[in-house]
Design a protein around this ligand. Structure first.
Ligand code: NAD
Length: 478
């Protein structure tokens, strides 16, 4: 059987579904292909982010945060008695959140007239996509344009093969039926810190083994240093420079061998999460004659506008260069849809925000002070602590700070780095400022509601010229 469409999108994760919806809005006939099934074996939309990534992990982070907060409410005059956590109910709650959002994508597809085809898509020559089902049936779709958005999968390492029971990846770590007494994590990246935090808040003793000597090397050094101190106080035992060499299961205990400063060590735990990064998912995606090429790291090769080497074939999201972040993929999907419609949008890769949903949260946009100085840029910085912010103190969430970095000559904002409650929300102010080419003075001249956490952004911007009101300037400026 064969079908036709103006656009075929392979993959219904954030990058793919955003591309499909925008194409439909622009008047194209669209078919979206995805092979994912949920735990009941039913086709599901939304990809890793909605089913096994961003959304379920945030549900667990929010529940575990609320549970953890109960122990701190006494000082505020709230007696919560003996608070208990029911893990089975928590997992049901997480599943209901996922269900609501994945079904929401289905409704958006329906409302926009997008046809969904369940199965594994493969790009053939001439903008044809074959779709094969688990039952062995296959059909072919002929399109004018093809958008590939197959996403990424967790990296597996020979030193810690998954058994999906005691040694799991980020997906398995969302399904523990009780908080493991001893939880090991390989990798102190975003996944390791977020999932380590969830289970630590629910009672697990968590040890994170990180191969690098530096903690969160992509972030501002002061943010990384303060975050390390706070996370350690919360009970995350983060061991830097720890290179995992082997894993064995003895009974129900996972024994993880690792080297720390040339010393051989063993970590014993009940569950081990392997969170060492993700890789582009391209298995079975391309026929030999598809004319799409991979780059040297296994990503689909694209130009700045997400065009592959094959005419009218585009690729977006985790499968192409750049950070593996849902919002970056969504913007690429929208850009490609609008380019197909003859418009001229571009994605501004300089303003992609990054967030780690720990508590306090870590968020940043643009370059760090260290990166800027290393490239010879002269910069001014302003910092403001949540410890001097009325709203943060009132909420008993005064850890962390905001740092604004601007060009010494033009005062243009080059980066914003936040460690603090709601950093994921506050960072949008930095993104908007940078997108509009704002200077630190532009932010400083803006009025912010009092009291609010956002005032820390304002005061950090004022601090660039030494004029923050609620901080004593080390250096007086005009
Ligand atoms: P990551 O790259 O952020 O971190 C992996 C860490 O594992 C690195 O620090 C690395 O040095 C370490 N590592 C690698 N091999 C190791 C070994 N053998 N022993 C010890 N440590 C080792 O990867 P991740 O945390 O798995 O996340 C994967 C991707 O998903 C990232 O691109 C991330 O941006 C994305 N993601 C984003 C969010 C978010 O936006 N909040 C949440 C989850 C995942």
């Amino acid at each position: 059987m064969s079908k036709n469409a103006d656009v075929v999108v392979v993959g219904a994760g954030p990058a793919g579904y955003a591309a499909a919806i925008r194409c439909a809005q622009l008047g194209f006939s669209v078919i979206c292909v995805d092979k994912s099934k949920d735990s009941q074996g039913q086709p599901t939309l939304g990809g890793t982010c909605l089913n096994w990534g961003c959304i379920p992990s945030k549900a667990l982070l929010d529940v575990s945060h609320k549970y953890n907060e109960m122990h701190k409410l006494d000082a505020m005059g709230i007696d919560t008695g003996d608070s208990k956590i029911d893990i089975a109910k928590m997992l049901n709650y997480k599943d209901s959140v996922v269900d609501q959002l994945t079904k929401g994508i289905g409704l958006l597809f329906e409302g926009n007239g997008i046809e969904f085809v369940h199965g594994r898509g493969k790009l053939l020559d001439g903008r044809r996509v074959s779709v094969s089902s688990d039952e062995g049936e296959s059909e072919e779709i002929q399109a004018e344009h093809v958008i590939l958005a197959p996403g990424s999968v967790p990296i597996e390492i020979p030193a810690a093969p998954l058994d999906y029971e005691n040694v799991v990846d980020s997906t398995g770590a969302l399904e523990f039926d009780k908080a493991p007494a001893r939880l090991g994590v390989i990798g102190a990246g975003i996944v390791g810190l977020e999932l380590g935090s969830v289970w630590a808040r629910l009672g697990s003793e968590v040890v994170i083994l990180e191969a690098l000597d530096d903690f969160l090397p992509a972030t501002d050094r002061r943010v990384a240093r303060d975050a390390m101190r706070i996370f350690s106080k919360q009970g995350l035992d983060i061991r830097l420079g720890a290179r995992v060499t082997n894993t064995v299961l003895e009974g129900e205990t996972v024994k993880v061998s690792y080297q720390l400063q040339n010393e051989d060590k063993v970590l014993e735990c009940d569950k081990l999460i392997v969170a060492v990064g993700r890789r582009p998912y391209t298995e079975g995606l391309l026929a030999d004659d598809s004319r799409v090429n991979l780059d040297e790291r296994g990503y689909l090769f694209v130009n700045d506008l997400c065009a592959t080497d094959a005419p009218n074939v585009y690729a977006v999201g985790d499968v192409v260069r750049g950070p593996m972040l849902a919002h970056k993929g969504m913007e690429e999907g929208v850009m490609v849809a609008e380019r197909i419609a003859g418009q001229k949008p571009v994605v501004n890769y300089d303003t992609v925000p990054s967030v780690i949903y720990t508590l306090p949260e870590v968020a940043w946009v643009g370059l760090s002070e260290e990166e800027l100085k290393a490239s010879g840029e002269e910069v001014n910085t302003g910092m403001f602590s949540f410890g001097a912010n009325g709203r943060a103190i009132a909420a008993n969430e005064s850890d962390g700070f905001v740092k604004v970095i601007s060009d010494a000559e033009s005062d243009r904002i080059l980066g914003m780095h936040i460690l603090g409650a709601q950093a994921s929300e506050l960072i949008a102010q930095g993104v908007i400022a940078m997108e509009f080419g704002a200077t630190a003075e532009d932010l400083a001249l803006t009025m912010f509601a009092h009291p609010s956490l956002s005032e820390a952004v304002h005061e950090a911007a004022l601090g660039v010229s030494g004029s923050a009101i609620h901080a004593i300037a080390r250096r007086k400026r005009s």
